[in-house]
Design a protein around this ligand. Structure first.
Ligand code: NDP
Ligand code: 2IT
Length: 447
């Protein structure tokens, strides 16, 4: 088996050798899915995984824009249309200086499996730019978004490809992007998700990724007859996903000890309660400040510059910032400190060494493509509401979100439960996600 996996990976590396994040994401899938393919005649010998690692289309384009001082800047824009076997391409846009083809291909690849897991008819895609929104004025961000959509508009559409937010792309950016799409195409359609509530957005979409991650953690804990009540929770990040993960943890009776950004983390021994979380939301979403300001405001908190929060003793860890933010040593720290459950809010935040350590210690570990799927699932619900030209209540959307997260958990158990009863959620998510897409690809022939 190892030989088969290595042969496959050699081929992937030969074509994509300069793309480490993409190779990392493919390796994890290959290790869990190839053994399944070999055992199932309908998939064996069809090169399905080889077809899945090649994007259906990879677009790269120039984005030129003018700053407030009249200076001209050039950024690179991308859209990776990875797989449309089960629905229109669907996935976020990331604006961050680290964005490149490797990062977006890993995200688009994971998105294919994640979207399949949601049970909704969505293919996988991802896009973005190396543009850095930090330190830019609202007008500069608007001009950049308009310039970006000037090109992107010809490649997307409500039945073709439906982008949304990701790192650096939130409500403000989606508004500017939607405005330009509508202007150029002269149509009001659900071409983006994460829209404002008064112009086609869905209730609960801003909350969905963070809430969904905590719902998933709750389902995992339930298999051990445990819940979130009274549990100490360490969260990384302080953006969209981290904020609403924290909110749901508080609602379910847990205590949030940390939040972070790329500068460092804050540890509040008294816990980040609802009022303090409101401060973080205002700081990050309106003032666009740094998490270090939390420690200046609250005396119960310490700021750890340049550090990640994984050495803080906790029961549950929710990495909600970015890829590869939690390595093997961090994982060992968490395990040694008694952590029983890790649910990824971010995409691929744990390195392969970290995942290996979690599995070895047999603690509950959920990969992002399962536990953070609530965001894109609620995007799928936004698409349905747009098509029907109606909007569901908060309660209706939240109920559907909870149902979808439970279904994803069930799928992981179905395909991931091992002989000793331990659930390998990585294996479960990869195989369950694969099966639906592979069946559709087989039905549609070699294209
Ligand atoms: P935001 O831009 O709202 O927040 C990102 C957070 O992560 C910020 O606190 C940011 O700090 C921190 N961060 C970003 N890059 C780094 C880095 N290199 N090192 C340390 N910290 C970093 O993004 P989201 O909350 O939307 O996204 C967070 C993660 O969740 C990403 O992995 C994303 O792909 C994933 N995700 C998002 C979904 C969504 O619906 N938005 C859905 C599913 C997954 P700083 O401000 O200093 O940059
Ligand atoms: O990684 C993700 O799932 C997202 N950034 C959300 C994608 C979406 O289309 O809502």
């Amino acid at each position: 088996m190892e030989e088969k996996i290595n042969a496959f990976m050699d081929e992937v590396k030969a074509r994509n050798g300069h793309e480490p994040e993409f190779i990392q994401a493919v390796q994890e899938v290959a290790e869990t899915v190839i053994p399944y393919i070999v055992k199932h005649d309908i998939y064996h010998g069809k090169n399905i995984l080889l077809r899945m690692v090649e994007p259906e289309r990879l677009l790269s384009f120039r984005v030129a824009w003018v700053d407030d001082d009249g200076e001209i800047h050039v950024n690179r824009g991308y859209r990776i249309q990875m797989n449309s076997a089960i629905g229109p391409y669907k996935g976020g846009l990331r604006f961050h200086p680290t964005v490149n083809a490797s990062v977006l291909k890993f995200l688009a690849f994971e998105q294919v499996f994640k979207n399949s897991l949601t049970t909704l008819p969505m293919g996988g895609g991802k896009g973005g730019s190396d543009f850095d929104p930090k330190g830019k004025s609202d007008d500069e961000v608007m001009r950049f978004c308009h310039a970006f959509m000037l090109e992107l508009n010809r490649h997307i559409g409500p039945n073709t490809d439906v982008p949304a937010g990701d790192i650096g792309v939130g409500a403000r950016e989606i508004g500017f992007l939607f405005g330009m799409y509508k202007k150029i195409r002269n149509e009001f359609t659900g071409v983006l998700t994460g829209k404002g509530l008064s112009w086609g957005g869905s209730k609960i979409r801003p909350e969905a990724t963070g809430y969904g991650t905590v719902y998933f953690a709750q389902s995992m804990l339930k298999t051990k007859n445990k819940d979130l009540k009274g549990k100490n929770v360490v969260i990384s990040g302080s953006g969209n996903v981290a904020q609403f993960a924290a909110e749901k943890v508080l609602q379910l009776g847990g205590k949030v000890l940390t939040m972070s950004d790329s500068g460092g983390y804050v540890y509040d021994k008294d816990g980040i309660d609802t009022d303090k979380l409101a401060f973080v939301m205002d700081l990050k979403n309106n003032k666009r400040g740094r998490i270090s300001e939390y420690a200046s405001k609250y005396q119960s908190a310490e700021y750890h510059k340049g550090k990640t929060p994984w050495d803080v003793k906790c029961d549950i860890a929710l990495p909600c910032a970015t890829q590869n933010e939690l390595d093997g040593e961090d994982a060992q720290n968490l395990i040694d400190n008694g952590c029983i459950c890790v649910a990824e809010g971010a995409n691929m935040p744990s390195t392969p060494e970290a995942i290996h350590a979690f599995h070895k210690a047999k603690i509950l570990f959920a990969p992002g493509k399962a536990s953070n799927a609530g965001g894109v699932a609620t995007s799928g619900l936004e698409m349905s509401q747009n098509s029907l030209r109606i909007s569901w209540t908060r309660e209706e959307v939240d109920e559907r979100l909870q149902g979808i997260m439970e279904d994803i958990h069930d799928s992981c158990i179905e395909y991931g439960k091992e002989e000793d009863g331990y659930c390998n959620y990585v294996k479960g998510a990869n195989i369950a996600g694969f099966v639906k897409v592979a069946d559709a690809m087989l039905a549609q022939g070699v294209i």
